[in-house]
Design a protein around this ligand. Structure first.
Ligand code: GLU
Length: 271
């Protein structure tokens, strides 16, 4: 089977060190397996998106030597595929419409199996899938499909064999496997990368305006990302050379050793 990996940024701001780590980790892993690496733009949440961020992220990735092997997939253009999966879940009676507020859900710890609020025909409901770990939303009140459903449909349609992403998404993984089983889709392998935290121990995030990486000088941040992933940093004069050498020496055991020590704190500014 040919390895197919992906990187799936949300266009909510510029690429920062935390997302660079996820990009580099997924890229070198894919290349070490002689596999494909595909970029998917998770532009499914218009209020959180920053105009121009998608193009900016793609340009930054290119400056860092990482380009998608296939046309970039934009989730905003995939409504029909998500709608089909949603209809399948409805037909299986695996989902229910829900008008509950957070306060109404509180006593149930997110697991209520059926809406406890009064049906309000004047308001659109969210749709939740029944799940042991919490009845999570797959279609939002505004009518958008939610991340959990979209990612499962896309990983399957793109034939992704291994998902490499930050450990912040660990608790999404069982939800996604649950959806894959309901929809009869294959489950890829999962590899969760250590998370880059700021000096206060918080995850670097685009919305918090974590310092963007400097695309005019990619080598220092690339070296820092490789070190962060527990990899030896080879000599190279440019980003593409550094990445391809790193891929040939990719050390999964070293990465997993780093991932086990949860207290990986770095400064927001990588160098
Ligand atoms: N869009 C998510 C993020 O930027 C990644 C989702 C995924 O890799 O499944 O954190």
């Amino acid at each position: 089977m040919t390895y197919r990996g992906r990187f799936a940024p949300s266009p909510t701001g510029q690429l920062h060190f935390g997302s660079l780590v996820a990009a580099v980790g997924s890229w070198i892993r894919a290349r070490s397996q002689n596999g494909a690496w595909i970029i998917r733009m998770e532009d499914l949440d218009p209020p959180r998106e920053v105009p121009g961020a998608a193009a900016d992220i793609l340009e930054t990735l290119a400056a860092f030597g990482m380009e998608s092997d296939e046309p970039v997939m934009f989730q905003s253009r995939r409504e029909a595929a998500y709608a089909a999966a949603f209809e399948r879940l409805k037909a299986l009676d695996a989902v229910f419409p829900c008008w509950c507020s957070r306060a109404e859900l509180e006593p149930f710890g997110g697991i209520h199996r059926a809406c406890v609020a009064t049906r309000d025909p004047a308001r659109a409901p969210a749709w939740r899938v029944r799940d042991e770990v919490g009845d999570f939303v797959i279609r939002r009140v505004e009518g958008w499909y939610a991340y959990q459903l979209a990612v499962v449909v896309d990983d399957a349609d793109q034939g992704i064999t291994e998902v490499v992403r930050g450990a912040d998404l660990l608790d999404s993984t069982p939800r996604q496997i649950h959806l894959q089983r309901l929809l009869g889709l294959p489950t890829p392998a999962y590899l969760h990368l250590p998370l880059a935290l700021d000096a206060d121990g918080r995850k670097l995030s685009k919305q918090d305006r974590a310092q963007p990486v400097d695309r005019t000088d990619p080598l220092p941040a690339l070296r820092a990302a490789l070190r962060f992933l527990g990899q030896c940093v080879p000599h190279a004069n440019d980003a593409a050379g550094l990445l391809s050498k790193s891929a040939t020496r990719f050390d999964l055991a070293a990465l997993q050793t780093v991932a086990k020590s949860s207290a990986c704190t770095i400064d927001a500014d990588p160098e």
